[in-house]
Ligand binder design. Structure first.
Ligand SMILES: *Cc1c(COP(=O)(O)O)cnc(C)c1O
Length: 316
């Protein structure tokens, strides 16, 4: 929906982080956009704001940011670039429910915010999502696209006598069952988030309190962002030490997993790589060295202690 509302057309360029899920790029690729991949920050898997401006050309139409682990990109910097070149900003806020940048909700800063309620997210209903439209110029068209290209929403409000096909659209609505499940999750948003951040900090404090070690670093959360406890990850110095740790955990039946394959090196994504940076150092480094540890609502403090213990013991 964000891509339709942004009027993306073949030949348009859309700047997308390489270290993200395929949906971030697919939405725009489906409308014929050339995907211009941007790197991650050196200290954080999120989009490197500093790398964006040099990717802008006269054909650039939009910048897509992704707030990794629900930790904000520096949106003031992104919005300044967008303003300077008249670009649309879409926030992939799939990890970012109830997370904030300088007090503003993520997904509510760019022109559009895209949330996911996939089963892997903090708030979920199996499959589902939400678009936030933050610029009133798009409100009316968004309603129409959402209702399969008809003006049925205006009809439901009693503003017109019948509804018709008047624009592009598709079936973006969730089923009632999904919506009901999601509603119950949303009612418990605060409790879910509180529990997840508690578990996140339990991991963090245990690692931070253990002797300094040369093999991995902990997540960095900039001062301008909150932390919604979506992902607890370690960044290892080498792919080998990451794999060693992953295997040590797996031998104890603990599932620790890597995350994204950098899109610019994927079989489909690589076709977009041309004049721009063919090497995106940080995205490639996170692909090879980032390991996610178990984090879910029912996880116990004692589980975390055991996991941290195994990891610390395997560092020599
Ligand atoms: C999960 C995820 C998505 C996709 O969500 P769907 O609901 O499966 O479409 C998009 N972007 C990021 C960064 C994600 O983690």
């Amino acid at each position: 929906m964000a891509a339709i509302l942004s009027e993306i057309e073949p030949g348009d360029e859309v700047i997308v982080p390489a270290y993200t899920f395929v949906s971030t790029a697919n939405a725009f690729a489906l409308h014929g956009a050339s995907i211009i991949f941007a790197d991650s920050r050196p200290d954080h898997p999120g989009l490197d704001e500093e790398s964006v401006e040099r990717l802008v050309t006269t054909r650039t139409r939009a910048i897509v940011v992704m707030h990794y682990a629900g930790v904000a990109c520096d949106m003031d910097k992104i919005m300044a670039i967008a303003h300077k070149y008249n670009l649309i900003v879409i926030e992939d806020a799939a990890h970012s429910v109830n997370s904030f940048y300088k007090g503003k909700p993520l997904g509510g800063i760019g022109h559009f915010g895209c949330f996911s309620f996939h089963e892997t997210k903090n708030i979920q209903c199996g499959e589902g999502g939400m678009l936030t439209v933050n610029d009133e110029r798009y409100f009316q068209r968004a309603e129409i696209i959402w209702e399969k290209g008809t003006n049925r929403v205006a009809f439901s409000r009693g503003e017109i006598n019948n509804y018709q096909w008047i624009d592009l659209g598709s079936s973006f609505l969730p089923s009632e069952l999904n919506a009901a499940f999601l509603h119950a999750q949303l009612e418990n948003l605060e409790a879910i988030q509180l529990q997840r951040t508690k578990l996140w900090h339990h991991y963090y404090n245990l690692f931070a309190g253990s002797l300094p070690n040369e093999n991995f670093q902990l997540a960095v959360v900039p001062e301008f962002s909150t932390n919604p406890g979506h992902i607890f990850y370690l960044i290892f110095n080498t792919a080998e030490s990451m794999l060693k740790c992953k295997i040590a955990l797996s031998e104890q039946n603990i599932m620790a997993i890597t995350h994204y394959h950098a899109l610019h090196k994927s079989p489909f994504g690589s076709k977009y790589v041309n004049r721009t940076n063919p090497v995106l150092m940080n995205a490639e480094r996170y692909e090879a060295t980032l390991l996610r540890l178990p984090l879910y609502y029912e996880l116990k403090g004692s589980d975390i202690e055991r996991i941290v213990d195994i990891i610390i013991k395997h560092q020599d």
